[in-house]
Design a protein around this ligand. Structure first.
Ligand code: NDP
Length: 362
């Protein structure tokens, strides 16, 4: 069956706070955005429980309910959604082309809001409830869930800056935070290490690997099974919460080699704008931000990306990486300005109308 072709002014990849905020702004600017939802519609907030730090919800709101509100608001202004896995992306010329199993999608501007995913250990007990204890004492976000661990004993897994930051943050609530790290020294920056070492609520369990998170739906987490990889011994360490802090992976693999990124894969944007190295492609949210990583900051950058896309289209024709220019009407002016390719594919000489009429009249 031939693929259905869709051609839109703004295509947004991702439906977390960044993508849906971009959609709300783009839809209200009459740009008829198309949102491509990935494998986790709604993004990381759909796997959290109560969100208490998103402004506007004085009593807090469940993560999935918050994302449902975002989505309804985007739909209200005419955002279109498709749920699909993107197979290929061509950013070499505008409109950019994306292929899914059923669609060829042409995008005059593209907003990458594909988010990031917390890395997990892959051990028994870690999966979201009901399969495991995820949400019942296992988390990957101290800012989201730390509050629920008042006076409790917590394990933080990891030895990088995220682990130090999470551990330090969690001492606001927890009675004790034990950092479990698989080696005998940390990867974290010195300043973050010093902060953690100086905090008398934090201790370290070195050369230890978490092999299992123990507990039940009734009790929540009750401990972790540790393996000391030097002494080759197993032990059970009692605790009431486990925070996995072994890093995040931005979901940007499909843009590798096309969009400029840092070594981890976070897309680089330019100064205060959300513009990437390719004109017409913008990035926002956790695909672009490895520093704040909050729902509210993701939403903010989603808003910025939509405004940037709108202004970009308003200022066409603009040069593309190939040297061609695209006019507001979707015509392509060749790099040497000799020819004009009309939206229907017809190529004509790039001459002022009157001049062209004279030539044709001869
Ligand atoms: P990192 O990759 O720096 O650290 C990950 C840590 O988790 C490492 O200690 C690693 O162990 C450990 N780890 C990885 N996989 C496993 C596993 N399967 N089992 C057990 N342990 C594992 O990630 P971060 O998220 O900490 O940091 C990412 C980037 O973000 C860094 O550049 C960091 O500086 C930055 N960042 C900055 C912050 C700040 O400045 N405020 C806050 C948070 C992050 P090992 O060391 O043995 O490889």
């Amino acid at each position: 069956m031939p693929k259905e072709t869709l051609h839109r002014e703004v295509v947004i990849i991702g439906s977390g706070p960044a993508g849906l905020t971009a959609a709300i702004y783009a839809a209200r600017a009459d740009m008829s955005p198309l949102v491509i939802e990935g494998p986790q519609p709604g993004g990381q907030l759909t796997i959290t429980t109560e969100v208490e730090n998103y402004p506007g919800f004085a009593e807090g709101i469940q993560g999935p309910d918050l994302m449902d509100q975002f989505r309804k608001q985007a739909e209200r202004f005419g955002t279109e959604f498709i749920g699909a896995w993107i197979e290929t992306v061509d950013l070499s010329q505008r409109p950019f082309t994306l292929h899914t199993e059923d669609h060829e999608i042409r995008a005059e501007t593209l907003i990458v809001a594909s988010g990031a995913s917390a890395k997990w250990l892959g051990v028994p007990g870690e999966a979201p409830a009901p399969q495991g204890l995820g949400g019942l004492g296992v988390s990957a976000c101290a800012t989201c869930d730390g509050f629920f661990f008042k006076g409790k004993k917590i394990v933080v897994v990891g030895g990088g800056d995220t682990a130090m930051e999470e551990a330090t943050f969690l001492t606001r609530y927890a009675s004790r935070v034990s950092v479990v790290h698989r080696r005998d020294h940390l990867r974290a920056s010195k300043i973050m290490q010093d902060k953690a070492f100086k905090n008398d609520k934090i201790d370290f369990i070195w050369n230890a690997e978490v092999q299992e998170i123990i507990g039940s739906p009734e009790t929540g987490v009750t401990g972790v099974r540790l393996f000391d990889n030097v002494k080759k011994e197993e032990s059970i360490f009692p605790c009431e919460g486990v925070f996995i802090a072994i890093g995040h992976q931005p979901n940007t693999q499909m843009f590798r080699g096309r969009l400029e990124m840092d070594e981890v894969g976070y897309i680089k944007t330019s100064g205060r704008s959300m513009a990437t190295n390719i004109p017409g492609v913008f990035a926002c949210g956790d695909a672009q931000d490895n520093f704040y990583r909050q729902a509210i900051t993701a939403a903010g950058t989603g808003c910025m990306a939509a405004i940037d896309a709108e202004r970009y289209l308003d200022n066409l024709p603009v040069p593309t990486p190939t040297g061609e220019e695209i006019t507001r009407e979707g015509e392509r002016v060749s790099a040497d300005h000799e020819t004009l390719t009309l939206p229907d594919g017809e190529t004509v000489p790039n001459q002022p109308e009157a001049e062209g009429a004279q030539v044709g009249g001869d």
